[in-house]
Design a protein. Structure first.
Ligand code: ADP
Ligand code: MG
Length: 239
């Protein structure tokens, strides 16, 4: 069985419960978008999937294997955050190659993957530049490229566009859609509070509120048949 399964996933910080039992089956290659208001638990959920946050209840399966206790580096997951921490003294090429050098990949393999990622993200002519000579959108693409180079089975995005201005946000969103098409076997989980991003990128949208799922479905399905007012308001469905 491939893909990702969340079985009654829970999270508490001390005595405070923030995720109240999430059940979700995600197929390999699916593009899933988590939407919901600030503080509803989107980042916490993503961080638990990545292994950056302890899962305090339930099971997380990747390709049928329980990974609750598997360290982040062994889950086959790459994550792109809102703030792209690139190494300022390294070129675009070196930033993308860095993780593979640590993993002791061959020079040839590193070169192949960096160039393929740069090609996908239209960064080929910027490979020799330092991050300070790039726009915000280009830097975020380098961060995405770095994640691609790790050959992840699962790609996680936490509000990757929210630090960009409106025009760059649209351009980078289109870039991410292209990426998802090219990496059709890679499962993508994308967090946003932006309805347009959710509607345009998702195979299925998961609407979250206060640590639980309100509704799951294809964008149009949710838009046309929201289960409740919360979902309708969130997706801007007609009244
Ligand atoms: P979102 O990403 O949807 O805005 P978060 O996952 O960041 O929401 O947060 C969900 C809830 O968990 C919030 O109430 C937040 O205050 C709380 N929370 C997140 N991280 C911690 C932490 N390290 N310690 C205590 N509470 C936290
Ligand atoms: Mg968040």
């Amino acid at each position: 069985m491939t893909g990702l399964v969340l079985k009654d996933i829970r999270k508490s910080f001390g005595a405070v419960d923030v995720i109240h039992g999430i059940d979700l089956d995600i197929k390999q290659g699916e593009f899933i978008v988590f939407v919901g208001p600030s503080g509803c638990g989107k980042s916490t959920l993503l961080r638990m999937i990545a292994g950056l946050e302890e899962i305090t209840g339930g099971d997380l399966l990747i390709d049928g294997e329980r990974v609750n206790d598997v360290p982040p580096s062994q889950r086959g997951i790459a994550m792109v955050f809102q703030s792209y921490a690139l190494y300022p003294h390294m070129t675009v090429y070196e930033n993308m190659a860095f993780g593979m050098r640590i993993a002791r990949e061959s020079r040839q393999e590193i070169d192949r993957r960096v160039r393929a990622a740069a090609e996908t993200l239209q960064l080929t002519k910027y490979l020799d530049r330092l991050p300070k000579a790039l726009s915000g959108g280009q830097r975020q693409r380098v961060a995405i490229g770095r994640a691609i180079c790790r050959n992840p089975k699962v790609f996680l995005f936490d509000e990757p566009l929210s630090n960009l201005d409106a025009a760059l946000r649209v351009a980078t969103r289109i870039e991410i859609a292209r990426l998802a098409e090219r990496m059709a076997d890679t499962t993508m989980i994308y967090v946003t509070h932006d309805q347009v991003e959710a509607m345009t990128l998702a195979d299925r949208i998961v609407v979250l509120s206060a640590g639980h799922i309100e509704q799951v479905g294809a964008p149009l399905e949710l838009y046309e048949h929201p289960d409740n007012l919360f979902v309708a308001r969130f997706l801007g469905s007609p009244a």
